[in-house]
Design a protein. Structure first.
Length: 269
Protein backbone atom coordinates (compact mmCIF):
# COMPACT_ATOMS: atom_id res chain seq x y z
CA UNK A 1 0.00 0.00 0.00
CA UNK A 2 1.50 3.32 -1.12
CA UNK A 3 1.60 6.22 1.28
CA UNK A 4 2.19 9.66 -0.18
CA UNK A 5 4.75 11.67 1.81
CA UNK A 6 3.31 14.16 4.26
CA UNK A 7 4.07 17.80 3.42
CA UNK A 8 6.57 19.54 5.67
CA UNK A 9 5.50 22.36 7.97
CA UNK A 10 7.18 24.88 5.68
CA UNK A 11 5.30 23.57 2.64
CA UNK A 12 2.01 23.63 4.54
CA UNK A 13 2.62 27.21 5.67
CA UNK A 14 3.60 28.30 2.16
CA UNK A 15 0.60 26.62 0.54
CA UNK A 16 -1.78 28.15 3.07
CA UNK A 17 -0.39 31.65 2.49
CA UNK A 18 -0.55 31.32 -1.30
CA UNK A 19 -4.21 30.26 -1.13
CA UNK A 20 -5.41 32.68 1.54
CA UNK A 21 -3.39 35.89 1.08
CA UNK A 22 -4.73 37.04 -2.34
CA UNK A 23 -8.45 36.98 -1.36
CA UNK A 24 -7.58 38.54 2.00
CA UNK A 25 -5.72 41.44 0.36
CA UNK A 26 -8.44 41.84 -2.30
CA UNK A 27 -11.19 42.17 0.29
CA UNK A 28 -9.14 44.68 2.27
CA UNK A 29 -8.63 47.00 -0.70
CA UNK A 30 -11.86 46.44 -2.68
CA UNK A 31 -14.25 48.67 -0.72
CA UNK A 32 -14.49 50.21 2.73
CA UNK A 33 -17.33 47.88 3.65
CA UNK A 34 -15.37 44.76 2.62
CA UNK A 35 -12.45 45.98 4.74
CA UNK A 36 -14.78 46.34 7.74
CA UNK A 37 -16.36 42.93 7.16
CA UNK A 38 -12.96 41.21 6.93
CA UNK A 39 -11.94 42.51 10.33
CA UNK A 40 -15.31 41.81 11.91
CA UNK A 41 -14.96 38.18 10.81
CA UNK A 42 -11.33 38.01 12.01
CA UNK A 43 -12.27 39.48 15.38
CA UNK A 44 -15.24 37.15 15.80
CA UNK A 45 -13.32 33.93 15.22
CA UNK A 46 -10.22 35.13 17.10
CA UNK A 47 -12.41 36.02 20.09
CA UNK A 48 -14.02 32.59 19.99
CA UNK A 49 -10.58 30.97 20.02
CA UNK A 50 -9.48 33.18 22.90
CA UNK A 51 -12.46 32.26 25.08
CA UNK A 52 -12.02 28.59 24.26
CA UNK A 53 -8.35 28.90 25.21
CA UNK A 54 -8.68 30.73 28.55
CA UNK A 55 -12.14 29.63 29.74
CA UNK A 56 -12.65 26.33 27.88
CA UNK A 57 -15.86 27.71 26.38
CA UNK A 58 -17.09 25.78 23.30
CA UNK A 59 -16.97 27.69 20.03
CA UNK A 60 -20.69 27.70 19.40
CA UNK A 61 -22.81 28.43 22.47
CA UNK A 62 -24.68 31.43 23.87
CA UNK A 63 -21.39 33.24 24.54
CA UNK A 64 -20.94 33.87 20.82
CA UNK A 65 -23.97 36.21 21.03
CA UNK A 66 -22.01 38.40 23.46
CA UNK A 67 -19.18 38.58 20.93
CA UNK A 68 -21.62 39.57 18.17
CA UNK A 69 -23.18 42.29 20.36
CA UNK A 70 -19.74 43.67 21.26
CA UNK A 71 -18.76 43.79 17.57
CA UNK A 72 -22.03 45.48 16.62
CA UNK A 73 -21.62 48.22 19.23
CA UNK A 74 -17.97 48.72 18.32
CA UNK A 75 -18.40 48.97 14.56
CA UNK A 76 -21.86 50.54 14.44
CA UNK A 77 -20.56 54.14 14.83
CA UNK A 78 -18.71 53.77 11.50
CA UNK A 79 -22.04 53.52 9.69
CA UNK A 80 -24.42 55.01 12.27
CA UNK A 81 -22.73 57.58 14.55
CA UNK A 82 -25.46 58.08 17.15
CA UNK A 83 -25.21 58.92 20.89
CA UNK A 84 -27.52 56.02 21.73
CA UNK A 85 -24.60 53.69 21.01
CA UNK A 86 -23.10 54.82 24.34
CA UNK A 87 -26.27 53.77 26.14
CA UNK A 88 -26.00 50.45 24.36
CA UNK A 89 -22.52 49.92 25.82
CA UNK A 90 -23.94 50.36 29.31
CA UNK A 91 -26.60 47.77 28.56
CA UNK A 92 -23.90 45.47 27.19
CA UNK A 93 -21.89 45.80 30.39
CA UNK A 94 -24.92 44.81 32.48
CA UNK A 95 -25.43 41.83 30.19
CA UNK A 96 -21.76 40.88 30.60
CA UNK A 97 -22.10 40.95 34.39
CA UNK A 98 -25.16 38.71 34.15
CA UNK A 99 -23.17 36.32 31.93
CA UNK A 100 -20.40 36.28 34.54
CA UNK A 101 -22.88 35.12 37.19
CA UNK A 102 -23.76 32.05 35.11
CA UNK A 103 -20.66 30.43 36.63
CA UNK A 104 -20.67 31.67 40.22
CA UNK A 105 -17.28 30.21 41.02
CA UNK A 106 -15.55 32.18 38.24
CA UNK A 107 -17.45 35.48 38.03
CA UNK A 108 -14.53 37.91 38.03
CA UNK A 109 -12.42 35.51 35.95
CA UNK A 110 -15.08 35.28 33.23
CA UNK A 111 -15.75 39.02 33.12
CA UNK A 112 -12.03 39.89 33.27
CA UNK A 113 -11.07 37.51 30.48
CA UNK A 114 -13.96 38.70 28.32
CA UNK A 115 -12.93 42.35 28.73
CA UNK A 116 -9.31 41.45 27.97
CA UNK A 117 -10.50 39.52 24.93
CA UNK A 118 -12.38 42.59 23.71
CA UNK A 119 -9.17 44.61 23.81
CA UNK A 120 -7.09 41.84 22.26
CA UNK A 121 -9.48 40.65 19.55
CA UNK A 122 -11.65 43.70 18.77
CA UNK A 123 -10.00 46.98 19.78
CA UNK A 124 -6.44 46.23 18.63
CA UNK A 125 -7.43 45.02 15.12
CA UNK A 126 -9.95 47.89 14.86
CA UNK A 127 -6.97 50.24 14.46
CA UNK A 128 -6.18 48.49 11.17
CA UNK A 129 -9.67 49.41 10.00
CA UNK A 130 -9.11 53.00 11.17
CA UNK A 131 -5.85 53.09 9.21
CA UNK A 132 -7.59 51.94 6.04
CA UNK A 133 -10.57 54.29 6.41
CA UNK A 134 -8.59 57.38 7.47
CA UNK A 135 -5.42 57.04 5.39
CA UNK A 136 -6.39 54.77 2.51
CA UNK A 137 -6.63 51.04 2.08
CA UNK A 138 -3.33 50.79 0.19
CA UNK A 139 -1.59 52.36 3.19
CA UNK A 140 -3.03 49.56 5.30
CA UNK A 141 -1.68 46.97 2.86
CA UNK A 142 1.78 48.54 2.97
CA UNK A 143 1.95 48.24 6.75
CA UNK A 144 0.38 44.77 6.73
CA UNK A 145 3.15 43.57 4.41
CA UNK A 146 5.70 44.75 6.99
CA UNK A 147 4.05 42.55 9.61
CA UNK A 148 4.23 39.55 7.31
CA UNK A 149 7.86 40.31 6.42
CA UNK A 150 8.62 40.27 10.14
CA UNK A 151 6.90 36.89 10.55
CA UNK A 152 8.70 35.45 7.50
CA UNK A 153 12.12 36.71 8.57
CA UNK A 154 11.72 35.49 12.14
CA UNK A 155 10.47 32.07 11.03
CA UNK A 156 13.06 31.37 8.33
CA UNK A 157 16.12 32.69 10.17
CA UNK A 158 15.01 31.20 13.47
CA UNK A 159 14.36 27.82 11.86
CA UNK A 160 17.72 27.75 10.10
CA UNK A 161 20.10 29.42 12.55
CA UNK A 162 18.17 29.89 15.79
CA UNK A 163 20.41 28.75 18.63
CA UNK A 164 20.08 31.27 21.46
CA UNK A 165 16.61 31.13 22.99
CA UNK A 166 14.97 34.30 24.28
CA UNK A 167 12.40 32.93 26.72
CA UNK A 168 12.49 29.12 26.44
CA UNK A 169 10.14 28.67 29.40
CA UNK A 170 7.40 30.45 27.40
CA UNK A 171 8.29 29.75 23.78
CA UNK A 172 11.20 27.38 23.13
CA UNK A 173 11.15 28.13 19.40
CA UNK A 174 11.83 31.86 19.65
CA UNK A 175 15.49 32.78 19.30
CA UNK A 176 17.53 35.97 19.19
CA UNK A 177 18.61 35.02 15.67
CA UNK A 178 14.96 34.76 14.57
CA UNK A 179 14.11 38.07 16.20
CA UNK A 180 17.08 39.69 14.44
CA UNK A 181 16.02 38.21 11.10
CA UNK A 182 12.52 39.62 11.53
CA UNK A 183 13.87 43.05 12.50
CA UNK A 184 16.28 43.22 9.55
CA UNK A 185 13.70 42.14 6.97
CA UNK A 186 11.04 44.49 8.40
CA UNK A 187 13.40 47.46 8.46
CA UNK A 188 14.49 46.70 4.92
CA UNK A 189 10.88 46.56 3.79
CA UNK A 190 10.10 49.79 5.63
CA UNK A 191 12.93 51.56 3.78
CA UNK A 192 11.77 50.18 0.42
CA UNK A 193 8.02 50.67 0.78
CA UNK A 194 8.02 54.50 0.57
CA UNK A 195 9.19 54.05 -3.02
CA UNK A 196 6.34 51.64 -3.78
CA UNK A 197 3.53 53.39 -1.89
CA UNK A 198 4.63 57.02 -2.33
CA UNK A 199 5.18 57.60 1.39
CA UNK A 200 7.16 60.74 2.25
CA UNK A 201 9.57 59.38 4.83
CA UNK A 202 13.29 59.54 5.44
CA UNK A 203 15.31 56.32 5.64
CA UNK A 204 15.86 56.96 9.36
CA UNK A 205 12.12 57.23 9.97
CA UNK A 206 11.55 54.07 7.97
CA UNK A 207 14.08 52.14 10.06
CA UNK A 208 12.42 53.34 13.28
CA UNK A 209 9.02 52.24 11.90
CA UNK A 210 10.37 48.82 10.92
CA UNK A 211 12.05 48.33 14.29
CA UNK A 212 8.91 49.40 16.19
CA UNK A 213 6.61 47.12 14.21
CA UNK A 214 8.99 44.15 14.51
CA UNK A 215 9.38 44.47 18.28
CA UNK A 216 5.67 45.04 18.95
CA UNK A 217 4.83 42.13 16.66
CA UNK A 218 7.26 39.95 18.61
CA UNK A 219 5.59 41.00 21.88
CA UNK A 220 2.17 40.03 20.51
CA UNK A 221 3.51 36.67 19.36
CA UNK A 222 5.10 36.11 22.76
CA UNK A 223 1.87 36.89 24.61
CA UNK A 224 -0.06 34.34 22.54
CA UNK A 225 2.65 31.76 23.19
CA UNK A 226 2.42 32.48 26.92
CA UNK A 227 -1.36 32.02 26.87
CA UNK A 228 -1.08 28.70 25.05
CA UNK A 229 1.59 27.45 27.44
CA UNK A 230 -0.36 28.55 30.52
CA UNK A 231 -3.52 26.83 29.33
CA UNK A 232 -1.66 23.87 27.80
CA UNK A 233 -2.70 24.14 24.16
CA UNK A 234 -0.40 23.67 21.18
CA UNK A 235 -2.43 25.82 18.76
CA UNK A 236 -5.33 28.20 19.31
CA UNK A 237 -7.28 26.53 16.49
CA UNK A 238 -7.07 24.91 13.05
CA UNK A 239 -7.78 27.88 10.79
CA UNK A 240 -4.77 27.48 8.45
CA UNK A 241 -2.76 24.26 7.97
CA UNK A 242 0.78 24.83 9.20
CA UNK A 243 -0.19 28.02 11.03
CA UNK A 244 -2.83 26.98 13.57
CA UNK A 245 -5.76 29.19 14.51
CA UNK A 246 -6.73 32.80 13.94
CA UNK A 247 -4.76 33.95 16.99
CA UNK A 248 -1.73 31.95 15.88
CA UNK A 249 -1.79 33.71 12.53
CA UNK A 250 -2.85 37.22 13.56
CA UNK A 251 -1.37 37.69 17.06
CA UNK A 252 1.43 40.04 15.98
CA UNK A 253 -0.83 41.59 13.34
CA UNK A 254 -3.44 42.55 15.96
CA UNK A 255 -0.84 43.85 18.39
CA UNK A 256 0.74 46.18 15.84
CA UNK A 257 -2.57 47.80 14.81
CA UNK A 258 -2.46 50.82 17.16
CA UNK A 259 1.25 51.38 16.48
CA UNK A 260 0.60 51.47 12.73
CA UNK A 261 -2.24 53.97 13.13
CA UNK A 262 -0.31 56.31 15.44
CA UNK A 263 2.87 56.12 13.37
CA UNK A 264 1.03 57.17 10.23
CA UNK A 265 -0.88 59.86 12.18
CA UNK A 266 2.37 61.38 13.42
CA UNK A 267 4.58 61.02 10.37
CA UNK A 268 2.00 60.97 7.63
CA UNK A 269 2.75 59.62 4.20
Amino acid sequence: MNHSPQPTEFKLRTRSIILSLPPFLFLMVFRDWTLVMVFIILSFFAFQEFLRLVLSIPSWNRTFLLIVIALVFFYLPIFYPHPYVTIGWYGFFLLLVFWGFLDRGRITERIGFFLFGMVYCIILPYFWVKTGLDFGRLTLVGFALLIWLNDIGAYLIGKKWGRHKIVPIISPGKSWEGLGGGVVLTCGGAVLFPLLFSFQRSPAQSVVIGLTIALIGFLGDLLESALKREFQMKDSGQFLPGHGGFLDRFDSFFFAGPAVYFIHSWWGG
